[in-house]
Design a protein around this ligand. Structure first.
Ligand SMILES: [Zn+2]
Length: 242
């Protein structure tokens, strides 16, 4: 009788720890980039070996997998260089508001002078930049590699890199989320790769926890609903990466 009791206690403890490991819980702040990687043990600073940028961060699991991918690519004479990784909500707000307030041109025009209205402005910015709170770069699971223009990946060295990634990245858990031929969302980005084992869990949590009302604290945030920021942009990714 006593033995049976211990058996059940041990089994319960084992089951509970299994659930704890597999049910990673992410907070709203983590899902919306409101974290400070330098103070957060889930993140790690990317070594100079892999990037020209100083002080850029990834989640540990994504970084570990990237290093394996980097080494394999190097063996095939391919050099992978990270040009962007984690970006905070505030960083994205800075990028977004510079465009919203007409500090920089978007598609050849200053948007603060446009008479076409706020929805037009938001949609225009979304051709090239994420709305704060909706970027996968907030998660620390996504990286931009080598160059920020699709053209670069269509000839010569860039083409070789892209061909290598499309053939091998999946072996390391990485997936191109913004491919061509999607119905909604951002334009194609041949440079943007996502570490799916972790990003998949975060996307799941995102759908459960983040609501349109969470988009606030930046200029133009009231357009989140009309542009269908979650439905079309956060969820508008390559089906193979889901
Ligand atoms: Zn990116």
């Amino acid at each position: 009788m006593i033995k049976t009791k211990y058996f059940w206690i041990i089994l319960s403890v084992l089951l509970l720890s299994f659930v704890a490991i597999n049910e990673l819980h992410f907070t709203k702040n983590e899902l919306m980039g409101k974290v400070t990687p330098i103070k957060d043990s889930h993140f790690v600073k990317i070594s100079k070996k892999y990037t020209n940028k100083s002080n850029i961060y990834l989640r540990k699991e994504a970084y570990k997998a990237f290093i394996k991918m980097y080494d394999a690519a190097e063996n095939d004479d391919i050099n992978l260089n990270i040009i962007s990784a984690f970006r905070s909500f505030n960083h994205q707000k800075y990028i977004w508001e510079r465009k919203w307030n007409g500090k920089v041109k978007v598609d050849g025009e200053y948007l603060n002078n446009t008479i076409k209205g706020d929805l037009f402005k938001a949609n225009k910015i979304l051709l090239y930049s994420s709305m704060p709170g909706s970027s996968r770069h907030h998660w620390g699971t996504d990286i931009d590699l080598n160059n920020l223009e699709n053209k670069y990946f269509e000839t010569g060295k860039g083409k070789k890199i892209y061909q290598w990634l499309t053939t091998h990245a999946a072996e390391y858990g990485y997936c191109q989320v913004y491919t061509s031929n999607r119905k909604f969302g951002y334009q194609e980005e041949k440079w943007h790769w996502s570490y799916i084992p972790l990003a998949k869990k975060m996307l799941n949590e995102y759908q459960k926890q983040i609501k349109i009302s969470d988009f606030k604290g930046f200029a133009g945030s009231d357009q989140a609903s009309d542009v269908k920021i979650i439905q079309h942009y956060v969820l508008g990714i390559n089906e193979k990466c889901k």
